[in-house]
Design a protein. Sequence first.
Length: 495
Amino acid sequence: MKQINHFIDGVSVAATSGRTSPVFNPATGEKTAALGLASVDDVDAAVAAARTAFDSWRRESVAARTKLMFRFRNLVEANVDELARTLTAEHGKVLSDAAGEVGRGLENIEFACGIAELLKGSYNEGASSGVNVYTIRQPLGVVAGITPFNFPAMVPLWTIPNAIAAGNTYVLKPSERDPSAPLLLAELFHEAGFPKGVLNVLQGDKVAVDRLLEHPDIQAVSFVGSTPVAKYVYETGTRNGKRVQALAGAKNHMVVLPDAELDVAADAAVSAAFGSAGERCMAVSVLVTVGDIADPLLDAIGDRMSRLVVGDGTNPDSEMGPLVTAEHRGRVADYIAQGASAGASVLVDGRDKDFNSNGYFLAPTLIDHVTTDMSVYTDEIFGPVLSVVRTDSYDEAVQLIRDNRWGNGAAIFTRDGGAARAFQDDVEAGMVGINVPIPVPVGYHSFGGWNDSLFGDTSMYGPEGVRFFTRPKVVTSRWPDPADSSVDLGFPRGA
Ligand code: NAD
């Protein structure tokens, strides 16, 4: 059985805890590897390697740091296919989607290649007589990333490039479910020429997370995962004096106004609800119909769903793969049962399809007449289940989103520019799509939700990411003529 190790100080290191976690191929149900889980000592070793590396890494010029980042970018691009195969083998998403994930991660590396622009700081000449004042931004030290299973390559790349290009060193704790893609990224990173210890990968579970959250040499924590764990990481990390950004769960609504282009809206809803088997934090999980578009729209969606090809992600014909684990598949199927028994209409029931496989497949599901008290509405299901809430007006639709506890993404489909403009103003969500169902920002904007979708003050990647991984230092300087020097006990004032 393949063993999966840590990557610490530039080498593969076995876990010392004696504890392991199985890794499965979700398309076959086969156990493919045993993942060694970190002990507290392993965490300390990874942080110590990063701490040692920081002293020299932070003194490298921006030019030297970004030159290596360019090389890393090229290596990731050259290895897209291998990364995609690795992702599919442990996550289950189809190969084209896996390659797309790597492509979005590449955007974040490319952004960090130009980090010099955002590290410029600012300068005031003559702030007082003979006095110049300037602000510089410096790295924090050792930072940690804790990432979820659903984007094992892209989400680590949301933070690693900016953090390291800014001069920090990094300890990544990826998900236990699909650890091989982040490990491959770390190997490519090392191959690009980054010094050992600058990026370390620690395999582990709550033991590792808890030690990272209390370790005195960890300055900042970037977390992405479910809402309860995000809240816990935010509260524990900040209590221990760390800078924390914790991106959390979601329930993303797509509003379709009566004037929307029906086919465009149907295509978008199906793509955004069932792509990657709904295991995307920006997936559309609630379709909000306004007025009489509901019936024709659901017919068009049902028609498209009947043609979706669900199967092993390595098969080029598959459009949707399995869910990540047997347990998660069971949980999603249970939500469908809860929706039915609460009185919703299960128009298309994914449980009906027999895949004749040991994989964790569940076909796409469409549930109509969902109300806001049902668990299919209140909970994040994170599977291929689209719940439909029918409303009578735009105001009712927007209020629904306001009353929802999350606020990651929200989309509107309409041909009315005024309605779209109003939606952009009114809606309570961090990322808004206008005729775009999954509005994940490009790498030079920043990603982050509102309300229970993000704990902390800064979004991830892009300009906000650079601010998160640096701190300002303000320098006030004067080069006085000794002839004019005198004692003055007054408080310094501008003059
Ligand atoms: P998860 O919360 O179970 O795990 C995330 C990370 O936290 C993993 O590294 C895991 O090992 C660790 N962890 C799990 N339980 C822990 C505990 N009790 N104490 C300490 N650490 C713990 O999330 P997941 O199932 O891997 O990922 C899916 C979730 O991530 C969904 O809720 C999804 O919405 C969310 N997500 C959010 C975003 C976003 O940008 N807002 C992006 C991707 C995923």
